[in-house]
Design a protein around this ligand. Structure first.
Ligand code: B12
Ligand code: SF4
Length: 501
């Protein structure tokens, strides 16, 4: 069947103009003969994303009406934007613009949330196969009970079909659509035609899906528990498919200077890495970053990657308290593992490392903050610290744990899980009111700048007594962090220009 002949599907991505999940769906639907019109609804803003405005909802509805879709697919990757997702659902429902299906990581974990709100279809996990089957079934008036991973309403009854159609061979899903031909961006009260990714300075790619670890605050383990038997916990694409995607991205997005590999953990399979470095050097050659894990950092792999452009490793450490890591976060690396991994990163000549911490949550005390400070003092090399609060995410293992241990009541927890996005992002960047805990937080922050370290050694003797000094240096540190950001960006641009010569 010719492309687009089967009808139009509108896909909506929230706060993410790169939206890999949506781009994979677009490729699958286009291959199956559908015309896809993707709406990137609002840009990503990790500090303070703004909720959907009435104007933006109206622009979206007008766009959807124009497309006369046979299906509207909303990609609900995160619960942190639920107020905008619900506003979109209400606006589409009011105007009766077509049947809606939701998918994405959050929708996969809590399909009933959407079905109860009257959304007729939810698809769990990989959507490439099921979304095409759903569109075909709606077109042909066929029954829904045999469509894998589909959850739907039959009258008042909720039907949850078993998860299926997860391919161990990710190459069979094809490449994500890099330049979406009928796309638009709605943001800041305006609609802009075209794929917003085309003008980006960086490109985001994933070479694998899934993570082998079981962190209690993260949805990955809960998503993995939905996998049918026989599906590998971590599925890795072929190197050739990754490189072909990046070549396509370089052709389509002319300003790209940087590649982000957003695999939960960058593949470190020996044969894979060797093939990757050869092909990446020959055919791509741009600086790139990866995510890693203290238990997965491997000197040989890093050295090979550095030679072909790896400049930044991002790694979660989360806490310096082994009991919080083990008992609360379900992370089983030791302090020695962590220090050793930072040593390996330093020795591998990675230009920059970025270490994530989650602090000042209901399990934290001033003592555990101090333990984190002591661990940070042992980290090696040149690094940046990303200090966050803890977002309780629906469906994750830490949620019942916090309630069972009496850290939060069920009601408090529910109001946190489904709070408006401004509150959720405030929690993400939170800083504690407790003065001692706050001082340890500031000392942790300061330690990343070598110029403050001697003073920190003095302040740590009695943080309360040095409260004013710490506060002043913390403000200086924040200014330094902004300069450091500019320095890092400039270096990447220079590296890119050098590569062009
Ligand atoms: C990579 C990643 C990112 C990247 C995204 C890069 C990109 N270009 O898209 C970045 C770093 C930007 C990011 C940001 C955030 N992320 Co994130 N991210 C991930 C990660 C590790 C992988 C996602 C991914 O790309 N998978 C591969 C693609 C192909 O799969 P997919 O997106 O799931 O899409 C498939 C299916 O879900 C389905 N599908 C998707 N949409 C739809 C729609 C329909 C209609 C259908 C039928 C099917 C369908 O089909 C797709 C193809 O198979 C996941 C963990 C995970 N395992 O999902 C966390 C995850 C999704 N992120 C999470 C969070 C919290 C965030 C942030 C809110 C963090 C923050 N505080 O800012 C932001 C929000 C971004 C947003 N706008 O939604 C949480 C969400 C949990 C929750 N309840 O909120 C997750 C699950 C990790 C965790 N901590 O638990 N993230
Ligand atoms: S290592 Fe990262 S991606 Fe994997 S389960 Fe833990 S937090 Fe999630």
């Amino acid at each position: 069947m010719a492309q687009g002949e089967k009808g139009t599907v509108v896909l909506v991505a929230f706060y993410n103009v790169k939206a890999l999940g949506v781009r994979y769906l677009e490729s699958a639907l286009t291959r199956a003969g559908y015309r896809v019109a993707t709406v990137f609804f609002k840009r990503f803003n990790s500090r303070a994303p703004s909720p959907a405005t009435a104007e933006e909802l109206e622009l979206l509805c007008r766009r959807v009406r124009r497309e006369k879709p046979m299906l509207i697919g909303l990609s609900v990757m995160s619960s942190m934007y639920l107020d905008s997702v619900c506003a979109v659902l209400d606006a589409l429902g009011e105007k009766d613009l077509g049947p809606v299906a939701c998918g994405g990581a959050y929708a996969s974990l809590e399909p009933e949330y959407f079905l109860r709100r009257g959304v007729p279809y939810v698809i769990r996990l990989d959507g490439e196969g099921p979304v095409v089957q759903l569109a075909d079934a709606l077109r042909e008036g066929r029954q829904l009970e045999s469509i894998p991973s589909l959850c739907y309403l039959e009258g008042d009854a909720v039907r949850i079909n078993p998860v299926g159609c997860l391919d161990n061979d990710l190459d069979r899903y094809g490449l994500p659509t890099v330049n979406s031909p009928n796309a638009c961006l709605i943001d800041e009260g305006r609609l802009t035609e075209g794929d917003p990714q085309l003008g980006a300075l960086s490109y985001e790619v994933i070479a694998s899906r899934g993570c082998p670890f079981t962190c209690s605050y993260c949805s990955c383990v809960n998503l993995r528990r939905l996998y049918p038997a026989g599906v590998h916990p971590v599925r890795t694409r072929s190197v050739e498919s990754v490189i072909q995607e990046l070549e396509e991205a370089r052709r389509a997005c002319r300003s790209i200077a940087f590649i982000h590999f957003y695999d939960e953990i960058f593949p470190n399979l020996p044969g894979w890495v060797d093939e990757f470095v050869d092909k990446y050097r020959a055919r791509i050659g741009l600086p790139f970053s990866i995510w890693s894990h203290p238990k997965m950092v491997d000197a040989q792999v890093l050295r090979k990657l550095v030679r072909v452009g790896l400049v930044e490793v991002i790694m979660g450490i989360q806490s310096g308290s082994s009991s919080i890591r083990r008992e609360v976060f379900h992370r089983y690396e030791t302090n020695e593992d962590i220090v050793q991994s930072t040593r390996t990163i330093r020795q591998s000549d990675v230009f920059w490392a970025n270490y994530d911490f989650m602090l000042q949550h209901p399990f934290e005390t001033a003592d555990t903050m101090r333990e984190t400070y002591e661990l940070v003092k042992r980290l090696e090399g040149r690094y940046e610290l990303q200090l966050h609060g803890l977002n309780f995410l629906p469906g994750t293992d830490i949620v019942p744990m916090a309630v069972e241990q009496g850290r939060l009541t069920r009601e408090e927890m529910d109001s946190i899980l489904y709070a408006p996005m401004a509150e959720q992002f405030n929690a993400y960047w939170k800083q504690e009111d407790d003065p001692v805990s706050r001082l340890w937080y500031q000392l942790i922050f300061l330690w990343q700048f070598p110029c403050f370290r001697r003073r920190c050694l003095r302040y740590e003797q009695d943080p309360l007594a040095f409260r004013a000094h710490i506060g002043r240096d913390h403000a200086r540190g924040l200014r330094l962090a902004r300069l450091r950001y500019l320095y890092k960006k400039a270096r990447v641009v220079l590296k890119r220009l050098k590569g062009r010569r």
